[in-house]
Design a protein around this ligand. Sequence first.
Ligand code: B3K
Ligand code: ZN
Length: 851
Amino acid sequence: PKKIYLKDYKKPSYDVETVDLDIKVFDDHALVDSTLVMHRQAEGDLVLYGEDVELLEISINGEALSSEGYSQSDGKLTISDTPDQLTLQLQVRICPQTNTALEGLYMAGTGSDTMFVSQCEPEGFRKITFYPDRPDVLAVFTTRLEASKRYPTLLANGNLIEQGVVADAPDRHYAIWHDPTHKPSYLFACVVADLDVLTDYYTTSEGREVTLELYAKAEDIDKCHVGMQALKDAMVWDEVNYGRAYDLDRYMIVAVSQFNMGAMENKGLNIFNTACVLSSPETTTDIRSFNVKAVIAHEYFHNWTGNRITCRDWFQLCLKEGLTVYRDQSFSADHQSSAVQRIDDVSMLRAHQFSEDAGPLAHPVRPESFVEINNFYTTTIYEKGAEIVRMLANTLGPEKFRQGTDEYFRRYDGQAVTVEDFLSALSVADSKIERFIDWYRQPGTPVVSGHQHYDSQAQTLTITLSQQTRHVAGFDAPKPLPIPVATALFAKDTGAIVAERMLLLEEDEQVFTFENVTSEPIVSLLRDFSAPVQLNYDYHDEDLAFLLKYETNGFNRWQVTQLLVNRILLKGHHPSIYLQAVADTLPQLAVDDPMLAARLLDIPSARELASAIHKDYDPSSIKQQREGLYQQVADSLAEQWTALYQQLPIQGYEDSPKARGARALRNVVLDMALTAQVEGADKWAQQQYDNASCMTERFGALKALVDHQVAGVNDYLADFYERFKADELVIDLWFSVQASAEQVSTDDITALLEHADFDWNTPNRVRSVISALTSQPTVLWTSEGLDIYTGAIQRLDEANPVLASRLLQVLARWYTLVEPQRQMAHDKLSALQKQASSKHVLESLDSVLAA
Ligand code: B3K
Ligand code: ZN
């Protein structure tokens, strides 16, 4: 497979003005007719891309081309010596019924319960027809859909302009949609289905009346209200915070249960994984429900950051994703404690992105080459990309950032642009923004080290900070990056803040001086995680305990607990200071901010801890240590759990930050109490399950029962299954709670994979078992565990290479394992390499094995 390079970018030779599509879906295939009005804009042949499409007819300006008139190879159809203005007409045959890759047009569901849905980003449109399928070709689409009346729902982007019965086939009907906006083919979408719809309305700040429609299966319609409300909230939020209003008369969201990722921002017709749109208190945990709102907002925000201003090429993916993730994180921060939002975003970054950046799949936020772009929908592009935008926003401050984004929308609306364009628009507000370009170019997580010196005579505090980024093979030697370090000085005697400053570390090493400091303070750095770096500062454990008490930034309070835990687990520090600090803090925090209190008891996941271990990583010793510390926390606070649990009685369901916080804390306390073997905790779990007012409570109890193997757990699992067997998303939870159980064995996993409800064609179900396994590294990194995991990849390699490759990427840090696991992992990955055939999996394997 060929590598594609950013430096080779060339403008397309033809632009497309209009596309007319006619998609006719039949029982075992579909026919796609297309008419493209094109004109030349650069030298070169006319190039169209097509994959798994059978060309039936092709003509230019009404004249059929014979097979000598074009050449076809490598998924490209090339026509030479074409006129500057032309109308190209094509007819192709595709087979959505056998499309298991879930890209292009595919059939989801089975038996009498099927639907057809498209997924085009990044290069799925070429699986629908031959087309200049690249994001810098923007066109106006008109789409006619035709299908049996068994599928009453016919949707495409834009406005519905006509519908009716097919003249010579009375059992078939059609609908014609017109999208007036210019869009790249990756934003095309269509749906042929039998769905119900929840309808609502929204009037934009510009006075546009927008019809909002959420399509789902009839039995799921009552789970669409949370999503609908989130959509309206997002619409208001974008008007208020970015001055961006919606631009079409209709906004549609369609729920589908077979989908490779969370959702897709197709213009005016989002397609969502059911897991990211359906929500009800009885069936959806708070975490998932909150995620539903975030994903709805994310896809909505893409309408401006992604759709109206899109990417010139796929190397610029972070242009839309980093910015849009930053926007959805900000939206979410307005809907819960902003400290907790930051904690969750940073935990995710550390566990996934830092480990990606530390391993063989490390790549710049804007990559310079790829074989398969699907392999680059990574936490680096998304989450590190968002962190860069956050640094830009914080460096500019709210007003200038808004001035900069206004300029971005003003300048580039309707265009396909680059990261440089984004920075150049923002730099109208402040020219130092352009220096951040290296963050996009350079892989690796910078490590910032520092120490302080207090001069009591001069009353100055100097803080020396230095930075270092590992040199990733294949890239230039790393340069120093501009790193904003939000800093506050705390008076040791009162705990009050005596100075606050944003330090900008731009050199390898820099000294920052604070004047008029009357006594040596405790310094808090990188407040609110002001840059995506690792920080080493010469703190005493006592300083960290001090900061837990006095920091006003909620994120940093959590941060110091994590630092203390890391020191205990990875550096052998004594846990007493940590345990005391938590004991002192928890009771009051449980009252003030229960959600933050729940996070305070976090012990970093095995995966996050592993990302800091570069050699001889022994999963079982990490597991032992984590468990040991967890046990100590549980035991040392054993007296408190009963009171805390009773402080948080089940009180009926409410969807507020406070109520969600109480539920989260209650589940944490329950688990702690079971760990400490507090008298009666078994009963609490059983009663919480039986009396639950919502899924967060019921599932929290079930998880506790499973993880602690409480007597009767199998009856509870059976009860849960019986109650919810008709609801796929809940059954996903049922699979995952077992697959990720503390005591899970590979036999348990095998049994789950053999369960009648397990289905390799539904990514959510696959992830509920296979991805869940990665949360238990002691099981994953065994011979049997790896056989199951790599077996799944091999099985999906041809059927669904996007999913297979994503699963594989999680194994990237195999080489850090201790022997003999290291050799074993190597052998299993090499064996997989001999079997694999998709370029997705092969590209990932090449990198992973090169470690
Ligand atoms: N843009 C899509 C992701 C498409 C992934 C294709 N493998 C969802 C999102 O980021 O909003
Ligand atoms: Zn996105």
